[in-house]
Design a protein around this ligand. Structure first.
Ligand SMILES: CC(C)(COP(=O)(O)OP(=O)(O)OC[C@H]1O[C@@H](n2cnc3c(N)ncnc32)[C@H](O)[C@@H]1OP(=O)(O)O)[C@@H](O)C(=O)NCCC(=O)NCCS
Length: 175
């Protein structure tokens, strides 16, 4: 049986992970810059089989610095942020996102963080179900259940599309 291995990716490997998991080039550059300031940890997953390792099939960023979206620290002060969770289409529904999330959560705990947050598009039922099953709860943004934001959405073959979205903030207390 193949094992799913989740690794912390060093800066010199980011371009490879980006290529194999359809990560936008500009986001990959930002990841390296933030990593060099110890503001971000990138995790990637691949399969291991009897000592052999395959290409990367998914990734997630643990964002330790103040998030670009002001709503996150407005409504979830000092939370570390789960960002850019993505699993290649062919590898979905096999527990890879869950394994990536658990690795990112453990790193946040090890770094003494008390709160994790993630912004999820309200129409993204699959991601919402995943976060709910991991114990994330919806946090109201003032009087509203959602906040308006815009972000770059991954395209399957790299690149990104800038989209305006109605997002929900989900949080999980750690430790
Ligand atoms: C969301 C995403 C990362 C899930 O990846 P995945 O590896 O398929 O997820 P997992 O196999 O670990 O599944 C974990 C949970 O997610 C939910 N889930 C996964 N696939 C699902 C599907 N097709 N339908 C409904 N729920 C699903 C379930 O709750 C599942 O738990 P379960 O297996 O106990 O039922 C993946 O679909 C993806 O990359 N989507 C595009 C990018 C994206 O939306 N990222 C999230 C941004 S906030």
């Amino acid at each position: 049986m193949d094992e799913i291995a989740v690794e912390i990716i060093p800066a010199m490997m980011v371009a490879i992970v980006a290529r194999q998991t359809a990560m936008d080039r500009l986001y990959a550059q930002k990841v390296v810059e933030m990593m060099n300031r110890d503001d971000l940890v990138l995790f990637a997953a691949r399969r291991e089989h009897e000592g052999y390792v395959d290409n990367y099939i998914g990734r997630v960023s643990l964002w330790l610095a103040e998030p670009d979206e002001p709503e996150v620290w407005k409504y979830a002060r000092d939370a570390a942020l789960i960002n850019a969770l993505y699993v290649n289409e062919r590898a979905r529904s096999q527990g890879i996102a869950r394994a990536l999330m658990l690795a990112a959560e453990q790193e946040a705990v090890d770094r003494g963080r008390k709160l994790l947050a993630v912004g999820v598009e309200s129409s993204n039922d699959v991601a919402r179900r995943l976060y709910e099953s991991l114990g994330y709860a919806y946090r109201k943004c003032g009087d509203s259940d959602t906040y308006k934001t815009s972000w770059d959405e991954d395209a399957e073959h790299g690149g990104a599309t800038h989209v305006e979205v109605e997002a929900m903030l989900m949080v999980k207390a750690l430790g």
